[in-house]
Design a protein around this ligand. Structure first.
Ligand code: GDP
Ligand code: MG
Length: 542
């Protein structure tokens, strides 16, 4: 069980360090499901004194008037016997206080830092851990005392403000309430009983503590109250005798105070029979036991909450990505690294590791050849056009073997029509590459963290694609032009040679170009197609 409480204390410390102070926030707070102990009661009822004696250390500011003006979340950690005890504040990490008077001063100073040197209060807690061989593992919360009227320097709302703050702590179902009532006042007027009954009507988690038993009027005693006859609580009342203001002024130490308290209960005839369950030491033991019971019942809930929170935080962490470098060099490195990742993903799309790049092959395998096939040469290869071009090409000097110039014109005027599909192929590939850029941008998870960089990378990629598109178009059209202006000898060798039949040079010019001859020329379609095929490959390799 010792280990269990240590664990809970650790978790609670972790919560605090992670900024989870148990306030209402969007995130689920672990704090809510961990047990803690809060002291409540009227102003000067002895709350801070009780906390101190439970701890066994003098470190809390005490006195008359409003002394505790901010909640103090106090964690007690038992350390090995013989180790030196020390205290640590969350707002001063790694500073070990071994002088507990300095701890008290720091609590006062830290209170003033938040509220100013006024009598104002603040709900922002101070977190203090005490490591000592002389304590049991507990988490305690010291709260400002409940008051009835605002005094000089306090806003009228203070009465309600304090009540709300106290209620915020003790209404949590995992909070064990240490209800402090001074024995020299009637229990019927106890603020502690009033507010704890409000939040814990069945008294499941309320421990009643009676202070100032030594200050009772002569002739009265607290036996009825301590035996639960005045007001019954689920757990038996514990009476304590703290140091009086005179003791505090005289610097009476804790050890002496405890010894005196023990003596008081065992030597006062009225309380002798109750002595075994009276005093600060007994209170500390009772608290620890109570805490154990609560923790035991809470463990399954805490476990599932921790797991749920871990899962949620991990999801969030992966959404946020890696931490951001602070210096310019580190930033540059991160940017280059992210660009490299984008580049890699883009390449993977082209290489077929990721989908989409295969569509580019489709442009060359299907789209371009189909477009070339669809080209119509009817006009260029109509009888009139052939006749016109051949005749014009010959001019006044009839050729001897075949009308080569005419062929050239026909071929040129046909090949030029390839420009259209060629340009369209470049556009299609450009469109596909642009889609891949968008895909790769979306798939580069690291870019999600930086929307501005994402826009920049995307724009830069699209811009350079546009630039490359222009260059590609130029190169492609140049290829078409080159094909037009260079027809190899081979090409002509394959053309229909009809010299014998229709191309007799001795015939008159009109005889030579009879219809059947021209029709044969018109049939050089096949050559155009041969050319187109070569052409398609030319574009692909370009
Ligand atoms: P808080 O305002 O509830 O935190 O009360 P403090 O712990 O500051 O105590 C207020 C005053 O009451 C101090 O001067 C204490 O010395 C005094 N006091 C608290 N408990 C006892 C007690 O059991 N006996 C005596 N004689 N004085 C006490
Ligand atoms: Mg106090």
């Amino acid at each position: 069980m010792e280990n269990l409480i240590t664990l809970v204390n650790k978790i609670q410390r972790a919560c605090t360090a992670l900024g989870d102070h148990g306030e209402a926030s969007a995130l689920p707070t672990l704090w809510d499901s961990l047990p803690s102990i809060a002291v409540v009661g009227g102003q000067s009822s002895g709350k801070s004194s009780v906390l101190e004696s439970v701890v066994g250390k003098d470190f809390l500011p005490r006195g008359s008037g409003i002394v505790t003006r901010r909640p103090l979340v106090l964690q007690l950690h038992k350390i090995d016997e013989g180790s030196r005890e020390y205290a640590e504040f969350l707002h001063l990490p790694r500073k070990r206080f071994t002088d507990f008077a300095a701890v008290r001063r720091e609590i006062q100073d830290e209170t003033d830092r938040e509220t100013g040197r006024s009598k104002q209060i603040s709900s922002v807690p101070i977190h203090l851990s005490i490591y000592s061989p002389n304590v049991v593992n507990l988490t305690l919360v010291d709260l400002p005392g409940l008051t009835k009227v605002a005094v000089e320097g306090q806003p009228d709302s203070i009465v309600q403000d304090i009540e709300n703050m106290v209620r915020a702590y003790i209404e949590k179902p995992n909070c064990i309430i240490l209800a402090i009532s001074p024995a020299n006042q009637d229990l019927a007027t106890s603020d502690a009983i009033k507010i704890s009954r409000e939040v814990d009507p069945t008294g499941e988690r309320t421990l009643g503590v009676l202070t100032k038993i030594d200050l009772m009027d002569k002739g009265t005693d607290a036996v009825d109250m301590l035996e639960g006859k005045s007001y019954r609580l689920k757990f038996p009342w514990v009476g304590v005798v703290n140091r009086s203001q005179a003791d505090i002024n005289k610097n009476v130490d804790m050890i002496a105070a405890r010894r005196r308290e023990r003596e008081y209960f065992s030597s006062t005839p009225e309380y002798k029979h109750l002595a075994h369950r009276m005093g600060s030491e007994h209170l500390a033991k009772m608290l620890s036991k109570h805490l154990e019971v609560v923790i035991k019942s809470k463990i399954p809930g805490i476990q599932s909450l921790v797991n749920k929170t871990i899962a949620e935080l991990e999801t969030e962490l992966s959404r946020l990505g890696k931490p951001i470098a602070a210096d310019a060099g580190g930033k540059m490195y991160s940017i280059m690294e992210i660009c490299r990742l984008f580049d890699q993903i883009y390449k993977e799309h082209l290489d077929g590791v990721r989908p989409g790049g295969d569509k580019i092959y489709n442009v060359f395998d299907n789209q371009l050849p189909a477009a070339l096939k669809r080209l119509q040469f009817d006009k260029q290869l109509s009888m009139e056009n052939i006749r016109k071009l051949i005749t014009e090409a010959d001019g006044y000097q009839p050729h001897l073997i075949a009308p080569e110039q005419g062929y050239r014109r026909l071929i040129e005027s046909s090949v030029v029509t390839i420009r259209g599909p060629a340009e369209a192929a470049v556009d299609a590939v450009h469109g596909l590459l642009k889609d891949l850029v968008h895909k790769a941008i979306n798939e580069t998870i690291e870019l999600k963290q930086y929307p501005a960089l994402r826009v920049e990378v995307s724009n830069a990629a699209i811009e350079s694609l546009d630039r490359m598109k222009d260059t590609s178009k130029k190169a492609t059209l140049q290829l078409v032009d080159m094909e037009c202006s260079y027809l190899t000898v081979d090409f002509f060798r394959k053309l229909p040679q009809d010299v014998d039949k229709g191309g007799n040079p001795t015939h008159s010019i009109f005889d030579r170009y009879n219809d059947s001859y021209l029709r044969r020329i018109g049939k050089f379609n096949e050559f155009i197609f041969a050319l187109k095929k070569r052409w398609g490959q030319g574009i692909i390799s370009a």
